[in-house]
Design a protein around this ligand. Sequence first.
Ligand code: SF4
Length: 423
Amino acid sequence: MKIAIKTFGCRLNQYEGEGIREGLKRHGHQIVDPANEPDMVIINGCAVTQRAEQKAFQFIRKQKRSFPESRILVTGCLGTLIKMEKTNYPWVDIVYPQNEKSFMAGVLEKEKPTIQQGVSAAWFDIQDFARHTRAFLKIQDGCDNRCSYCIVPFLRGCSYSRPVDNILKQAQILENNGFKEVVLTGVNIGDYKDKEYRLLSLLKLLLSQTDLPRIRLSSIELEGLDEDLIRLIADNQERIMPHIHVPLQSGSDRVLRLMNRSYNSADYSRIISLAQSVIPGLLVGTDVMVGFPGEVDDDFNRTRELIEELEIQHLHIFRYSPRPGVPSVKFSGEIDPGIKKDRSKILQELGQRNKKRFIKGLLGHDLKVLFEKEDGFGHWEGLSENYIKCFVKYKSTLHNKIVQVKAVGMSELKLKVEIERLT
Ligand code: SF4
């Protein structure tokens, strides 16, 4: 069949989307663009917020209008939500919940998956990461926490970890296929455990058993970030990137309790300050939610003050949206959408100010940049170790090259750099 795949949402879903693509190709299907009259369109959808859900359905309706004959298959967290809600959507032909999506390629062939297929399929051994220079590497899935606003544990189940030897094999495949950076991803990677291995020892294994130049951690919950891990990053900055993304959600202890988060603002401040003091040039990112039921001005101001105090540079801002079946839908004190919008804008501007100050502080410094793409006018763009977009004018290709550069200028939230040495 001519099959198009459209993935929405997090790095985990992106990684699995790649696995689906490779699985379908192995089964002889042709992967085409959604605009190329596909026989089937696979929507690897996200359901973490109402907005994410709406985006997928907008795409489905548009696709169905353009190609009424195309069959629509929905999978991913959105697939699980549709199954859970037992809702029929006229434009959706087939639904595969998240925990069955890894068998999709075979099932479309009416094949009965073998155990071995089961293991590798469940973790999606991938060879490539099409259209990406940096590869995501799924190490864990599911979550044992029960944050009161979060639907993820209901869609992806309890926490489980990929066998360590399977991760190593995957990392070596990506390294042998030329990837210079892998981003370790999952729902709650700090909860990684397989046999005696934990995230710390897994990182040590990847450092010793691969020559991957760059290993980056994707989002990690505060409870997974301890002093040992912080010191490991500090001692291996060459290869473990000085960039952490640690969800805060709120700076108000009252709201954190309502969210059923496992820490308070003092815990968060202590760990992040430790990391900032131990890891030079560290960039800190976070997830923050505005408009949680009952969030009053004082609560919001605590969030804003904490982000200011810690100078957190990279903000993912979510406006609270009630998700089906989660405890917070019963909470009183719904926040007006206009207030959510204002609070979101205030944090966005704060995040940009913090990031601008951080980038300014890098001027004159040497950095290593993994260049990814060219803008058609001879400017190559890539990411520094600490996740800052950098650009340079250069005649020949810099694609997938790690280059020693000096930061010489800035434009908006990007660094203008000069090449010192091609590594
Ligand atoms: S830690 Fe909380 S917010 Fe994150 S996936 Fe688990 S339940 Fe959801």
